[in-house]
Write a protein that binds this ligand. Sequence first.
Ligand SMILES: Cc1cc2nc3c(=O)[nH]c(=O)nc-3n(C[C@H](O)[C@H](O)[C@H](O)COP(=O)(O)OP(=O)(O)OC[C@H]3O[C@@H](n4cnc5c(N)ncnc54)[C@H](O)[C@@H]3O)c2cc1C
Ligand code: FES
Length: 278
Amino acid sequence: MEKVALKDSSYQLKRAKILNIKKLTDKEKFFEIALMDRDYLDHEPGQFIMISLLGIGEVPISICSSPTRRDSFDICVRAVGKVTNKLHKLKTGDEVGIRGPYGKGFPVRILEGNDLLIIAGGLGLAPLRSLITYVLDNRRDFGKVHILFGCKEPKEILFSDEMKKWSERTDLHYACTVDRADPEWAGNVGVITTLIPGVDIEPSRTFAAVVGPPVMYNFVIKELLAKGIPERQILLSFERHMKCGNGKCGRCQIQNLYCCQDGPVFNYEKIKYLSEAF
Ligand SMILES: Cc1cc2nc3c(=O)[nH]c(=O)nc-3n(C[C@H](O)[C@H](O)[C@H](O)COP(=O)(O)OP(=O)(O)OC[C@H]3O[C@@H](n4cnc5c(N)ncnc54)[C@H](O)[C@@H]3O)c2cc1C
Ligand code: FES
């Protein structure tokens, strides 16, 4: 029988194998995945993939490794429902289907030469870990780098081994805070916005990259503007429910924008008029 070519190769499902799985917290697991046939993703920091499990479903998940590591890529998955719970049950060597990468990520060429203020709330660290590892792999191309991470409780901290290494580096400033401490916690307590006023930045040459739960955005933006960071230098990533991931179904639409294709990373100056976005 004659083969029918796919009209749009961006829908093509690629076979991939799980190389490594680690438990990060009670809810999140880390997966290292490689595409079959020595293929590679070729993504930008901040982009996402659609990952599918045969007979179960397909979900959008951010790529959390740097494109500078080409042989495999990483994702960090929180178990919340049908597909993500099933993903958590998979083992090393199991196969998954991958579409993508999709969307617009962080504009690394524009960020080069500037200072960065990276602000991650909870699972928002997943897409930002891709940007952070990219920046650390190309450290000389960027100015000062500040990383702020916040989550509800110490047991929710993701990638704690890597955070420890970031905190020991002299070429970046790292700070972490939790909303509620436990008896062993000796660090900052308070929401992530409490860390922003103390960060020493030159606003005109600083780009802020922010990813976290929707409730965080209004408060963080207010602090960044109070610091004097121009609106066009504030970059935000938005998660919306998605189906095609590719600008066709309208599921992720906010007014005239498609989160999957125009985002998920947006420049605040361009989206501040979208009241539904915040
Ligand atoms: C661009 C993008 C990047 C994402 N990156 C990650 C990531 O790196 N790691 C990760 O764990 N999750 C990520 N998500 C969220 C992830 O897609 C959802 O958790 C997943 O679709 C839930 O699927 P499920 O079948 O397991 O749950 P379902 O059974 O479909 O739903 C379980 C619960 O999750 C809610 N939910 C479903 N889809 C979404 C969604 N898109 N956003 C928020 N809540 C949702 C449902 O309303 C329901 O309350 C991302 C979402 C988007 C749009
Ligand atoms: S998910 Fe279909 S248009 Fe964005």
